[in-house]
Write a protein that binds this ligand. Structure first.
Ligand SMILES: *[C@@H]1O[C@H](CO)[C@@H](O)[C@H](O)[C@H]1NC(C)=O
Ligand SMILES: *[C@@H]1O[C@H](CO)[C@@H](O)[C@H](O)[C@H]1NC(C)=O
Length: 279
């Protein structure tokens, strides 16, 4: 019988042989699985496969990846807080370390809602400390009834947000036209669950119902694949989207996008930021 250690080594070798350059190896999610519980009431299931983040009046909770990545595809399966999740925010994001003023960040935030009302998936990207690229979406399924896969694909070519395999947002690298793009600061993956009743739900009108606490969101099956070099160990699908993926994204945005900073004339009376007009 091979020991767990040598099985892990075998998995690594197989992945390298297959040219997929997996950064994370199978195992307990809080060990070989690549994440570590950081703060608050976060716990790992006995089989090591699921991290549960909890939120009560005294604290939220969070985890982070053990490694940092300079270009990666991140996949994480999440089951969000069920029932009345108003006021709560569950996140999955990548963020650079070092100076906050110049930090880079790719953000997915799930804004809770009253029972039966839809969650909002809020997305944003920061480069050198500057964000203001918000887009928001409804999900086309109940994200509390089961696990769904949320992915961030960050390559030298673009940043993609992908939900259950469907791309919903693409931010192309237009650095050659003077638009800042995260390109040199390694980022760490973070997950958290916290209280934001002041603004999260219907603009802060619906407060957190603490009698429902503790609130719990579950995370599992974290994978990270390096996408640093085009063709260097990852597929062409991470370099450019093919026609089918573009069409799937167009349809998802048409049906489910509820806010787009590029279309917010009140916020940008002089015209939307330049990247909004670039293809
Ligand atoms: C909550 O539900 C309301 C009513 O359907 C909707 O307008 C709102 O966008 C939803 N999401 C949040 C985060 O408030
Ligand atoms: C875990 O994630 C990988 C990569 O996203 C996926 O291929 C695999 O099917 C997932 N496993 C389960 C049990 O969902």
């Amino acid at each position: 019988m091979a020991s767990a250690g040598s099985m892990k080594a075998l998995v690594v070798i197989l992945c390298i042989a297959a040219g997929t350059a997996h950064v994370v190896v199978a195992g307990r999610i809080d060990d070989g699985g690549g994440l570590e519980v950081m703060w608050g009431g976060a716990s790992v299931s006995p089989d090591g496969q699921v991290i549960s983040l909890s939120l009560d009046r005294s604290s939220g909770s969070g985890f982070r990846s053990r490694d940092t990545y300079l270009y990666a595809r991140i996949d994480l399966q999440i089951k969000l807080v069920p029932q009345n999740s108003a006021g709560t925010v569950a996140t999955c994001y990548m963020m650079s370390e070092g100076s906050w003023e110049a930090h880079d960040e790719i953000d997915l935030e799930f804004l809770g809602n009253e029972t039966g009302q839809p969650y909002t998936l809020h997305t944003n990207v920061f480069t050198n400390g500057a964000g203001q690229k918000e887009q928001q979406f409804r999900l086309w399924f109940d994200p509390t009834a089961g696990f769904h896969t949320y992915s961030i694909v960050w390559t030298p070519h673009h940043i993609l947000v992908v939900v259950d395999g469907t791309p919903i947002r693409e931010l192309r690298n237009h650095a050659d036209k003077g638009v800042a793009y995260p390109s040199w600061q390694p980022m760490r993956v973070h997950g958290s669950l916290w209280d934001a009743e002041d603004w999260a739900t219907q603009g802060g009108q619906v407060k957190t119902d603490w009698s429902q606490a503790p609130f719990v969101a579950q995370y599992r099956n974290f994978t990270a694949v390096s996408t640093a070099a085009a063709g260097g160990g990852y597929g062409q699908e991470y370099v450019m989207m093919d026609a089918a993926a573009q069409e799937a994204m167009r349809r998802a945005r048409e049906s489910y996008m509820t806010y787009d900073y590029c279309a917010d004339g009140r916020r940008f009376p002089q015209g939307a930021p330049p990247e909004c007009y670039m293809t």
